[in-house]
Unconditional design. Sequence first.
Lengths: 260, 451
Amino acid sequence: MSEVILKAEGLSKTYTLNKRKIPALSGVNLQVNKGEFVAIMGPSGSGKTTLLNVLGCLDKPTSGKMVLDQVDVAKLPDKQLCNIRRNKIGFIFQTFNLLPYLNAAENVELPMECTRKSKTERREKARKLLELVGLGGREEHRPQRLSAGEQQRVAIARALANDPAIILADEPTGNLDTKNKYEIVRLLANLNINRGTTIIMVTHDSQLASHTERMLLLQDGRITKEKQGLHLVRKKLMCPHCGSKIQPEDERCPNCRKRL
Amino acid sequence: MRALLVIVALGFSLAIMVSIPAGIRANQDAAQSMTTSFNSTMTTMQEQINKTATLIECQTSGQGMFPGGSSGFPFGGSQQQQTYVEESVANGIRTISGVKDVVEFLTASSNETTSETISGPEGRSFTISRPVYTITGVTLNSSFIDDYSILPTNITAGRNLREGDSGVVLLSSNLTAYFGVVVGGKVEIYGKSFTVVGVYDASGQGSMGTRSAYMNITDAQTATGLTGNLTRLDVYAEDVSDVDSIAEAIGVAYTSLQVTTYKDRLSQLDNMQTMYTQTLTNAQATLSQTETVATQEIMIAVVATCLIVLFVMLYTVRERTKEIGTLKAIGFSNWNVMSQFMLEGMLLSLVAGVVGIAIGTVGAPLLSGILLPQISSAFGSRGNSQFTPGTSNAGNFGSFGVLGASTVTVTPSLQTMMIAIGAAVLLGALGSLYPAWRASRTRPAEAMRYE
């Protein structure tokens, strides 16, 4: 059995707006194993972003228990939460959230700013990560000189900077065209396969979600459905149609020519 | 673009801080030099007037045309019959109560005359005829020489006359050529031989320098054959209050003497002193008033700087809420975020400080002129003026004129600049404290939602 990296039990979050209590999450139970690629789906207002914020320690749950990489984070004070965010979590945002006045490499270095790494180490790491996401040689470019897809790649490289235990992506393809959408998802999938990075991706696009390993449906603050995704077969390197061996990069089964 | 405007605005605020202390210091310096100048003037005047206020000049007719003894022009003498008084008159005057000293003089002019062309005012020149030399015999008493202006003071060669001198003369510089002698040489005056002990500069009166020889009064009397005769008596009263009564007594007892007093000089001094004191007081009042204004203005500038930084940074923080959220999401601690914004505020005001110093250095005179309007009126015209005390003796009171009215120069010192830079950074830190704190307290989840 693989190692549990994230475990949430009865996670609830209630917002108070004008003295009215609005429940955003009402008892979410969730378990993510190391190396999993999970999609959280749901209609708007179902609490997807809230869940991701709570999972990402950006927000504290009103009640419930949450263990991230063996650390019980639900009760941690703010000071330690920022350490958790820095070292265990990598964020990817819908709007990329790169700092416009920093170049690609500097944006990737940003999470390492607060660590003990030396300047040269950071630089080297940023260069490697940018190469990993396919932006080798674009280190000096400012975000405004990069396309939307490229910007998101920089953001992905930034999320990987401190080798986090888990990557949380909030609608990472929401601002991208179809071509870039699939490229980004494929990039995430490859990271998951090649580096074993655990990824939780929030999306309302079921097509994209189907490229993950496991899909969770969030409705009214609860997880109501769970489904296997196509990504699993790639991981098992076996064609779901004929059972023959496939390569992770294959678009179609080399044996039965069916689309994977 | 916005940063530029902010920096210029801050720069002006800081320029005020730079230029106002400079302006104030310039004014303090001006006031200081003015006070020093006034004081030395007053002291010099006091000394002179104290010497002459108690003086009662008594002259025989024939000399009266040019009162003022040694510095008077003796060429008028020949037109009028010279009369003399006996030495006993001096003794008589000494018995009048309140008389301190009586200095006796005998002045006589040579019969030989010389023609000189002098250039008068407005380019006119005229020729005059005057005696070749005039001798002045003086009672050579060391206390008289020290206390009263009885001998010329501007000796250019040799020495001055002193007590006990006999058979020696002090020549005016223009007579050395006439006699063809230098110090130590012999001259013949009224048929008698004298040794030249010193030469004094007589050019003080322009081309009309006196042609005078000073000597012991007995020598003069012997040479001229006027033994026991005097032409002038300088009577010194014990106190200024005695001057009037003494002068009256002399006038009644010796009708042949023309009596002149200089007591009214005292009231002149008083008037002048009052005037100067008034000016000084005004200047001091203006200065302290200016200082008050300056303090207020600097405080306003300090507050303004703080507020500018505060609002700019608040705006920046608000505008960059999303960025703050991102930074916090990727692991920046509250402290990291706060120091980031503090640094930014300090950097902003540091740059503004440099700009401020540039503006301040260039515009200090203008700025302090605008902000401290009293400066130029109070000091600009008199700031560095000098009061030249009169240098002549009893006859000439000198000119206490106001010379050279230069303006106060306002230059910020290096020290002021360093302080201003320090203040800028400090105020930047102070002003960005609250915005940075606000930024650090932003909840990341809310910041992310902010558009």
